[in-house]
Design a protein around this ligand. Structure first.
Ligand SMILES: [Zn+2]
Length: 94
């Protein structure tokens, strides 16, 4: 798992929040690249980086095709993110 700041701002296609940091799963180092998986820190939606580090919501079939290792990473990441102040404070109250 690899964390850092994005050089460009990406917007979560689900909740519309600006994501200027990233936590990349299944990446051997460096920043996120085309095709990497991530999770929105605000709404915990599984996302995938596409060309130009834009984000799109992962399709159901992509989630189904995740290996056991990746599933584990997603679960671990979701658990970690729930403890982050950004997650607690970032949730919009309607
Ligand atoms: Zn989101």
């Amino acid at each position: 798992m690899n964390q850092g700041r994005l050089s460009i701002e990406s917007i979560c296609p689900f909740c519309g929040k600006i994501l200027d940091g990233y936590t990349v799963l299944d990446n051997d180092g460096g920043g996120p690249s085309d095709g990497d998986f991530t999770l929105c820190v605000y709404c915990l939606t599984p996302l995938r980086f596409t060309f130009g580090l834009r984000l799109r919501i992962m399709r159901d079939d992509e989630i189904r095709e995740l290996g056991p290792k990746q599933r584990k990473q997603f679960t671990r990441m979701a658990t970690l993110l729930k403890d982050l102040p950004s997650f607690k404070g970032g949730k919009e109250t309607h």
